[in-house]
Ligand binder design. Structure first.
Ligand SMILES: Nc1ncnc2c1ncn2[C@@H]1O[C@H](COP(=O)(O)OP(=O)(O)OP(=O)(O)O)[C@@H](O)[C@H]1O
Ligand SMILES: [Mg+2]
Length: 403
C-alpha cells in the first residue's frame, strides 16, 4: 500500500497543499516549526481517522478556519482508492471512501496500516500506563475492528458501574443495590476478560520481536517485557489521564516475577475470568469509598525491564528511546504478518537522536520494501547514511519544494 497524492485544506499550518509521492522513500526537510510533523500526522489520520497524538480532532483544523479537509489517493493492492475526511468544529469527522459516506469507518482503517515512529513514543516507555495500554489496543484495533467496538462496550459498562458506585455507600451494597452491582460486575468481567486475553496474546508475539530487536541494538543486556494486572500491585487512583498512577506497576524495582504474567499467558479465559471477578469483589468496599473501579484492564500495565529493573527508572535516555523504537518495529512485524498489505512507515525526527551505527541499523531493519516518510530538521542528521533512491522535499512557508 502507498499514498499517491495528498491534499490538505486548512489542516494545521497548511491553508492548501497538493502533493504527489512515489512509492519509496520520501525525505521531508524543514526548520523547526516548518510543518513536518503535521504532514506525517495527516498521513496517519488518513489511515486511522485520528491523530497519533492524543488530542481532540478539532485541534487539527487550521486556526480560524471553519473546517479541515484531508483528501488522498491511496494505492491499495494495485487499486486506486479516494479517501476523504472532513473535520468539523467540535471534532466531528465525515469520511468518504471512493465517494461513499461511511458510518462504520473501522473496517476501512483496517485496510490501511500505518506505523509511526514519533518522538512522542517516549511516553509509551516513560509516562503513565494509559499510553502503554493504548499502544496494545491500537494494534489490536488494526488487526480486528471488532476489538475497537468491544472496547467501547467495556468502557460503557465501566462508566455505568462507576455511576452506580457514586450513588452507593457501604450499607447500600449489602441492603439494596447488591443485585444490580453483581450484574454490572459480571458484564464488566466478561468483556474485560476478552480484552485481557487479546492483549496477552498480542504481547506474546510482540515480546519475541521486541527482544530480538533490542538484542540487535544492545548486546550483553537482558531485557524483558510483561503484562501487569491491576490486581497484582499496590493501590492508587485514576484510569485515564496524565495525573494517573495506576495500580499495577508503581514500584521501580520489579521483584515479584513468580506471580507475573507468564502463568496467565498459558491460562485460559475461564481462569482470567475467575481471578478478575474474585479481585473485583475483594475490592468492592474500596471501590464504594473511592467511587471508582480499581480492578480491570483499564488499570493494567506493561513493564519493560533491563537486567531485572524497570526501564522507566533505571534505563538511560538512549535505552528508553531505542526501546520505544523497538516496540514500533515489533508492531510493524505484527502488522506485516497479519494484514496482507504493506504498511506505510512514518519516521518523525527519529534519526536525530541516534548515533550513526544505530541510525544505519534502524534503516536496515526497516528495509526498503515500504513507502517511508522520514523527517529531519537538519540535513546533517541524515547525510552520513545511505538512503538509496529517495524524493527530497524542503518545507518552507507552508509550501513544498522538490530538491
Ligand atoms: N491548528 C493549527 N492551526 C495552525 N497552525 C498550527 C495548528 N497546530 C499547530 N500549528 C503550527 O504548525 C507549525 C508546524 O508544526 P510542526 O509540529 O509540524 O513543525 P515541525 O516541522 O515538525 O517542527 P519541529 O522540527 O520543531 O518538530 C507550528 O508552528 C505550530 O504552531
Ligand atoms: Mg516535528
Amino acid at each position: 500500500m502507498f499514498i499517491k497524492t495528498l491534499e490538505l485544506i486548512n489542516y494545521r499550518n497548511y491553508p492548501a497543499i497538493r502533493l504527489a509521492f512515489s512509492s519509496h522513500l520520501i525525505l521531508l526537510l524543514g526548520k523547526n516549526g516548518a510543518g513536518k510533523t503535521n504532514l506525517l500526522e495527516s498521513v496517519y489520520f488518513i489511515a486511522n481517522g485520528k491523530s497519533h497524538k492524543i488530542i481532540p480532532c478539532g485541534d487539527l483544523i487550521k486556526w480560524g478556519s471553519p473546517y479541515s479537509v484531508i483528501r488522498s489517493v491511496m494505492d491499495i493492492e494495485g487499486k486506486e482508492n479516494l479517501v476523504e475526511h472532513q473535520i468539523e468544529p467540535g471534532g466531528k469527522i465525515k469520511m468518504r471512501f471512493n465517494k461513499i459516506f461511511l458510518k462504520n469507518r473501522q473496517t476501512v482503517y483496517k485496510k490501511m496500516p500505518v506505523v509511526i515512529f514519533s518522538p512522542d513514543d517516549l511516553r509509551i516507555i516513560k509516562s503513565s500506563p494509559v499510553f502503554r495500554r493504548e499502544f496494545l489496543d491500537d494494534i489490536l484495533s488494526k488487526l480486528s475492528p471488532d476489538f475497537y467496538n468491544f472496547k467501547l462496550k467495556y468502557q460503557k459498562i465501566l462508566a455505568q458501574r462507576n455511576s452506580l458506585l457514586k450513588g452507593m455507600d457501604a450499607g447500600s451494597y449489602n441492603y439494596g443495590r447488591k443485585e444490580t452491582m453483581d450484574a454490572w460486575n459480571e458484564s464488566l468481567v466478561e468483556k474485560g476478560t476478552r480484552i485481557i486475553s487479546e492483549r496477552l496474546r498480542l504481547l506474546k508475539i510482540l515480546k519475541d520481536n521486541f527482544l530480538k530487536y533490542m538484542g540487535y541494538f544492545f548486546s550483553g543486556i537482558s531485557f524483558d517485557i510483561f503484562y501487569v494486572f491491576s490486581w497484582a500491585g499496590t493501590d492508587s487512583a485514576g484510569e485515564n489521564g496524565s495525573a494517573e498512577q495506576d495500580n499495577a506497576s508503581e514500584s521501580g524495582y520489579i521483584s515479584d516475577r513468580e506471580s507475573g504474567p507468564d502463568d496467565f499467558e498459558k491460562a485460559d479465559d475461564g481462569h482470567i475470568y475467575d481471578v478478575f471477578l474474585s479481585n473485583l469483589i475483594l475490592k468492592m468496599k474500596k471501590d464504594i469509598i473511592t467511587k471508582n473501579t480499581s480492578i480491570g484492564p483499564h488499570r493494567d500495565d506493561i513493564v519493560i525491564t533491563l537486567n531485572g529493573k524497570d526501564i522507566r527508572y533505571f534505563g538511560s535516555q538512549g535505552q528508553q528511546r531505542i526501546s520505544s523504537i523497538c516496540l514500533r518495529l515489533a508492531e510493524l512485524e505484527v502488522l506485516k504478518n497479519n494484514i496482507d498489505k504493506k504498511p506505510i512507515l512514518l519516521l518523525d525526527d527519529v534519526l536525530s537522536e541516534l548515533d550513526i551505527e544505530r541510525k544505519s541499523l534502524l534503516l536496515e531493519l526497516i528495509g526498503n520494501d515500504f513507502q517511508t516518510f522520514i523527517t529531519a530538521a537538519n540535513y546533517e542528521y541524515i547525510k552520513d547514511i545511505k538512503l538509496g533512491k529517495c524524493e527530497k522535499y524542503i518545507i518552507e512557508n507552508n509550501e513544498f519544494r522538490l530538491l
